[in-house]
Design a protein around this ligand. Structure first.
Ligand code: PXG
Ligand code: PLP
Length: 453
């Protein structure tokens, strides 16, 4: 694909400009030879530099479920920028952040009712980990500092997040992180091609007891998992698994954190993964869909008891209780975008819509079984993952990332944006997508997978 120049003709970006930008999670050398430049977006489609329409099969990066360029959000941002563009985040407030915090609590499972704002999913994760450690110290249990994550987990890219995360490429070159150990992931071979939640694998939660037996609960602050693992290639939780994690955390006085950066605000067919899977964590991290991706924003939602602990141990009232926050925490424009975005979610019943079309998506996705190279397919709500067998295994030189990459590039040429990561192709369809759009995406995907040898 690297010699193909169909992408590049009309973007107007000079080589010097291309060189200047060190792009995130991108093969910079390959990209800059033949850049895939997106010029605009409307509804469920991007327009590239050649004016081609491209279906957005990952809702941006799991961000834009309500579709692109929603006028309600655009208007809210413009009005807010003209009214109050920025307000100091520390020791002063503005009305929208309180309105938004309250609105978010209404979308949470009972008990999660204190909202701390951040600028991204990664910042939300760092914040949640710090709140958890600080909570135990304030409870007089300062030895509870260790975290338990999960193999294949993705919790953003900051040091706490990569420490609890379980994707080795994201950790390998960065050296010492924070104290963390890992549960096994739940992608079992006996669950291959299972639709929705697998019935086998709930027992893997018992591994938490094993880790507690090794490290002792007195050293463990929290367990952090994605209710459905997204970046690893969409791994829905086995039946009973999350509930069992909750029980074990309760039994040993360990906090449970759900990282819902992908799963909150509709993608699972409910307001949160917690609601959909029927398990309430002590802390939840969110981002992405909160503003429909339009402006960076994240949040941590805490149980009131955690907030109260900080308040009760905060010292004199003029003192701050939690020495933590970001310049852009509760940014007024982000708050305005989030309020408009959550309005759309509610008015258009988008979580309900996801639930309604998820069975069609599931059937359509699983109809790809039987295409060349596919070794597994997983799904829940409007999230889907396909595992592709490694290229070159026969020659003894497996290149697990190569086929997914080639598939994604060919799909782009055909007018479909899908995500590739590791040995998987990931789909996160817009909540607003139509059934014919699902059909044409799957037809193109099946054809493309068969083409890549
Ligand atoms: N936690 C989870 C569960 C995530 O999915 C983050 C934290 C970090 O969020 P920020 O906003 O710092 O990127 C994420 C982000 C993909 C993909 O294609 C997934 C993410 C980001 C980019 C791509 O799967 N997840
Ligand atoms: N580095 C320096 C030198 C700073 O002054 C600040 C914030 O004031 C930061 C980093 C943190 O930036 P942010 O609050 O946007 O995370």
């Amino acid at each position: 694909m690297t010699n193909n120049t169909t992408n590049s003709s009309n973007h107007g970006i000079s080589q010097a400009q291309l060189d200047a930008h060190w792009m995130p999670f991108t093969g910079n050398r390959e990209f800059k030879k033949d850049p895939r430049i997106i010029m605009s977006a409307q509804g469920n489609y991007y327009t590239d530099a050649n004016g081609r329409q491209i279906f957005d099969g990952l809702s941006g990066l799991w961000t834009c479920g309500a579709g692109h360029a929603r006028p309600e959000i655009t208007a809210a941002i413009a009005t807010q920028a003209a009214t109050l563009d920025y307000a100091p985040a520390f020791q002063f407030g503005h009305p929208k952040s309180f309105e938004l915090a309250h609105r978010i609590t209404q979308l949470m499972p009972d008990g999660l009712n204190r909202v701390f704002f951040t600028g991204s999913g990664s910042e939300s994760v760092e914040t949640a980990l710090k709140i958890a450690r600080g909570y135990w110290r304030k409870q007089g249990q300062a030895s509870k500092t260790r975290f338990i994550g999960r193999s294949k987990g993705y919790h953003g890219v900051n040091y706490g997040g990569i420490s609890v995360g379980g994707l080795s490429p994201n950790r390998a070159i960065f050296g010492q992180g924070i104290e963390a150990c890992h549960l096994p992931h739940t992608m079992l071979s006996e669950n291959k091609f299972v639709q929705g939640m697998p019935s086998k694998g709930g027992y893997l939660a018992e591994e938490l007891e094993q880790l507690i037996a090794v490290y002792d609960a007195s050293t463990i602050a929290a367990v952090i998992v994605e209710p459905l693992a997204g970046s690893a290639g969409v791994i829905p939780p086995p039946v009973g698994y999350l509930k069992r994690l909750r029980e074990i955390c309760n039994k040993h006085n360990i906090l449970l954190i759900f990282d819902e950066v992908i799963t909150a605000f509709g993608r699972m067919g409910a307001n949160t993964g917690a609601a959909e899977f029927g398990v309430t964590p002590d802390l939840m991290t969110v981002a992405k869909q909160l503003t429909n991706g339009v402006i960076p924003m994240g949040a941590v939602i805490a149980k009131q008891a955690i907030y109260d602990t900080y308040m009760e141990t905060g010292g004199p009232e003029y003192m701050l209780e939690l020495p933590h926050g970001y310049t852009y925490s509760a940014h007024p424009i982000a708050c305005a975008a989030a309020l408009a975005s959550l309005d759309i979610l509610a008015k258009e019943n988008l979580a309900e819509r996801v639930k309604t079309i998820a069975p069609y998506f599931q059937e359509s996705l699983h109809s790809l079984k039987g295409c060349d190279h596919i070794s597994d397919i997983r799904n829940y709500g409007l999230a889907g993952g396909i595992t592709i067998e490694a290229f070159g295994t026969e020659q003894g030189k497996p290149e697990p990332g190569k086929r997914p990459y080639e598939i994604a590039m060919k799909m782009w040429q055909k007018g479909f944006y899908v995500r590739y990561g590791g040995d998987t192709i990931q789909l996160g369809l817009p909540f607003t997508c139509t059934l014919p759009e699902i059909d044409s995406l799957m037809n193109a995907l099946g054809e493309t997978i068969n083409e890549v040898n």
